[in-house]
Ligand binder design. Structure first.
Ligand code: SF4
Length: 325
C-alpha cells in the first residue's frame, strides 16, 4: 500500500494586503494597500466553487487597523469592523459550499472566538522562536506573542495550522526550538492539525532579494527533525510550489497544503501551483488524496466551526477526507 499524501483544493482570497509589519522578505504587503470588495470576493468564490474547490483561504496582512488610512478603506465596504467583514465573506463562502480557513495574523482571543464558528480551521505561522533581523520592523512577529495566540486558539478548540519559515536568519537549533515550542502547546491543547515547513523565497524588490532560499537537503533535514519531534497526529506540510516535494515527502512530510486551480499563491505569486496530475506523476509512490480544510480527527471531535459542520459532513467521506464522488 502506498503512503497517504494529502492536499486541499482551495481558492485563495487576499482580503487585504495592508499590514502593520514590515518583514524584510515580504512581497505581499503594500504601502498603498487595498481591501477586497464583495464583487471581487464573490467572483473568486464562484470560480473556486465551479473548479471543484472545497476551501476558501482568507489571508490578511496583520493588524491592518493599526495602519493609517485603513479605516477609510474598510468604510468603503460598508463595515466598521474588519472581523464583521471577514465573517460576512465567510458566510458568502459557505453559501458557495466552500469551507473558510482564515489566516488573520495576530488577532485577539476575542476576535478568534468571533471568527471560529465560521471557520473549518484557522492558521497563524509561528515562523521562528528566534529574534531575527528580518523581523526588526515587525512588532507582530515577536515569538512570545505568536506562541500566545497559538495557545489561545488551543483554548478555543480551533483546529489549527501553523509552521516555521526556513532560511530567514534562524539557525538549525532555532528550528528545533520552534518545533519543540509547537509540540509543547499541542501537548496541552491538542489542536494543531499541521505544521508547515516553509522555505524562505527571495522576492524582487525586497531587502532579502539577494539571499538564497534554503537548499533541498536543509529542508529535508528540517522535515525529518519536525517529524521526529511532533506527535504522529500532527501532519508535517510542505508547499509544492516553492520546492520539489519529492525529497520532502520521502523525508516524512504527509501533506502538501492548499493547492489552487484558480488563484495564484498571493504570498509567492511567481510560484505556480503544480496541478494534481503533475503531483500524481512526480509523487507516484504515494497515494494522493484530497482532504478538507479540517482534518478527519477534528471532524470526529466536532471542533470545526459550528456554521461549517453541515457542509463538512456533506463533503467528507467515511474516512474524513474529501468524499471521492
Ligand atoms: S510577511 Fe505577513 S506580517 Fe510580514 S509584512 Fe508581509 S504581510 Fe505583513
Amino acid at each position: 500500500m502506498r503512503p497517504l499524501l494529502t492536499y486541499s483544493r482551495n481558492v485563495f482570497i487576499p482580503v487585504t494586503n495592508v499590514c502593520r509589519n514590515r518583514c524584510l522578505y515580504c512581497g505581499y504587503r503594500r504601502d498603498e494597500g487595498k481591501i477586497i470588495d464583495r464583487k471581487e470576493a464573490i467572483e473568486l468564490l464562484e470560480r473556486g466553487a465551479s473548479s471543484g474547490c472545497t476551501e476558501a483561504l482568507f489571508s490578511l496582512g496583520e493588524a491592518p487597523n493599526k495602519v493609517s488610512g485603513f479605516g477609510a478603506l474598510l468604510k468603503k465596504t460598508g463595515c466598521d469592523d474588519l472581523i464583521d467583514y471577514i465573517i460576512e465573506l465567510s458566510e458568502m463562502a459557505l453559501d458557495k459550499d466552500l469551507l473558510p480557513h482564515t489566516n488573520a495574523g495576530l488577532i485577539s482571543k476575542e476576535d478568534m472566538r468571533r471568527l471560529a464558528p465560521y471557520n473549518a480551521s484557522m492558521g497563524l505561522m509561528l515562523e521562528t522562536t528566534a529574534e531575527v533581523e528580518a523581523h526588526r520592523s515587525s512588532p507582530g512577529k515577536r515569538p512570545e506573542l505568536r506562541l500566545a495566540a497559538i495557545e489561545a486558539a488551543g483554548k478555543l478548540k480551533i483546529p489549527f495550522t501553523t509552521g516555521i519559515l526556513v532560511g530567514i536568519g534562524e539557525t538549525e537549533e532555532d528550528r528545533v526550538r520552534s518545533i519543540q515550542a509547537l509540540k509543547k502547546i499541542h501537548e496541552i491543547y491538542g489542536h494543531i492539525q499541521e505544521v508547515i515547513v516553509q522555505p524562505f523565497d527571495p522576492k524582487q524588490g525586497t531587502a532579502m532579494s539577494h539571499l538564497d532560499p534554503p537548499d533541498s537537503e536543509t529542508l529535508a533535514e528540517t522535515v525529518r527533525m519536525a517529524r521526529s519531534i511532533l506527535p504522529p497526529t500532527v501532519a508535517v506540510q510542505v508547499p509544492p510550489n516553492l520546492t520539489d516535494p519529492l525529497p520532502l515527502v520521502e523525508a516524512g512530510a504527509e501533506d502538501l497544503g492548499g493547492i489552487s486551480p484558480v488563484t495564484p499563491d498571493w504570498i509567492n505569486p511567481n510560484k505556480l501551483w503544480p496541478t494534481p496530475e503533475e503531483l500524481e506523476s512526480r509523487l507516484s509512490g504515494f497515494e494522493l488524496r484530497e482532504r478538507l480544510a479540517v482534518y478527519p480527527r477534528y471532524i470526529d471531535l466536532g471542533w470545526c466551526g459550528k456554521m461549517t459542520q453541515t457542509l463538512v459532513k456533506r463533503l467528507a467521506g467515511p474516512d474524513g477526507l474529501r468524499r471521492r464522488d
